[in-house]
Design a protein around this ligand. Structure first.
Ligand code: BGC
Length: 360
């Protein structure tokens, strides 16, 4: 009896050891780039949450390159993942990677950005991106009085479906105020040409985004803002309202406007609640950001992955059209953050400690 127990314990010991050391990666996570604080934030939150969830996963970065992204997905498929959580660098180019995963019977969760033009997307985990844009619009409108206020529009990368959703949200609030003369768009003749139209087609949106894109790139954003300021007459300056698409580009654009002596005051939007932008808000150099609590996105993504691996279907409240299918989703709400509620929304909520900030 004793012998049997010893053999059994030795067997169990090695079985547990093998399970730990040789456990297959069940979930593969692919994020767009390490070069923006936003995606490092997501990685950190994923690693924290995975530990608690007891899910084995590997995170890879695509460094802004769709070919690398596809190679990352192929590596993860070879490692035996059952679920892929992927934030595409380029929404359309990523269809090939999603198709490869689907062929290998891997469930595909589009994370934050939607993969377009393929049926190989099982679920979309996202914030309400139309509301992000609407929050910019509402903020700028709340600061404007009288007529003919100078408005500068900027957008994200046209390869990112979110850039369209953000723009759609912003346009839904700003367009009536452009049409009634509250604002005059100073850096896009396409936007001026379409200013009587409440709902734009994707092509019309693309024509404006094409003129005001930052490509989500800080130096592109700075160069575009400087070029716009060089081209603008003095009367297009003074107090200005700037719709900037995220925190990284907002800081670059804000610096360019702050450096122009003819700009006496500027209001500028953002999103992501990046630490340097929160500091800019405290210092009065950025006016607002949209806080997207990545902890919720990460836990929704893990919950969806767990549901799929159990053969279940994750919760759905709406669908998003990816050009090919309606992708099921349960978008997460967003919060507007200004100097007034920064401490409550960011620090008191436990998102970031106060030690990150000076002068809070
Ligand atoms: C994300 C933003 C991010 C931007 C640039 C968007 O798809 O939703 O949070 O700032 O990409 O990386």
């Amino acid at each position: 009896m004793k012998r049997v127990l010893v053999v059994l314990s030795v067997f169990l010991f090695f079985a547990v050891l093998a399970g730990g050391v040789f456990a297959q990666v069940q979930v593969g996570i692919v994020l767009p780039t390490k070069d923006e604080p936003r995606w490092i934030q997501d990685q950190t939150r994923f690693l924290d949450a995975l530990k608690t969830a007891g899910v084995s996963a590997e995170v890879l970065f695509s460094q802004g390159d769709s070919a690398k992204e596809k190679a990352n997905v192929e590596t993860l498929i070879t490692k035996g993942i059952k679920v892929l959580i992927i934030c595409p660098q380029d929404g359309t180019a990523a269809a090939a990677a999603a198709n490869a995963a689907a062929q290998a019977k891997v469930k595909v969760i589009s994370y934050d950005r939607l993969i377009r033009d393929t049926a190989a997307v099982d679920y979309y985990v996202t914030f309400d991106s139309v509301q992000v844009g609407a929050a910019w619009g509402k903020f700028l409108v709340s600061k404007a009085t009288g007529k003919a206020n100078n408005l500068y529009l900027y957008a994200g990368a046209a390869s990112d479906n979110n850039a369209f959703l953000f723009f759609e949200g912003a346009w839904s609030v700003l367009q009536p105020k452009i049409a009634d003369g509250t604002f005059v768009v100073q850096n896009s003749d396409k936007a001026v040409g379409l200013s009587k139209k409440a709902k734009l087609s994707r092509d019309e949106q693309a024509s404006i985004i094409g003129q005001v894109t930052t490509n989500w790139n800080f130096s592109d954003a700075k160069n575009k803002a400087e070029a716009n300021l060089t081209a603008a007459p003095a009367k297009a300056k003074g107090t200005v309202y700037i719709c900037a698409p995220n925190d990284g580009t907002a800081r670059a654009i804000a610096d360019a406007f702050a450096a122009d002596k003819q700009v006496t005051k500027y209001y500028i939007t953002g999103q992501d609640a990046e630490i340097p932008s929160l500091q800019y808000i405290i210092d009065g150099k950025q006016s607002m950001t949209v806080f997207k609590d990545v902890r919720t996105l990460v836990s929704d993504a893990i919950a969806a992955a767990v549901a799929f691996s159990k053969g279940q279907t994750p919760a759905k409240t709406t669908t998003y059209d990816n050009g090919k299918i309606q992708v099921p989703s349960k978008p997460t709400a967003i919060v507007t953050v200004t100097k007034e509620n920064l401490k409550a929304a960011i620090v008191d909520s436990g998102f970031l400690p106060a030690s990150n900030f000076k002068g809070l």
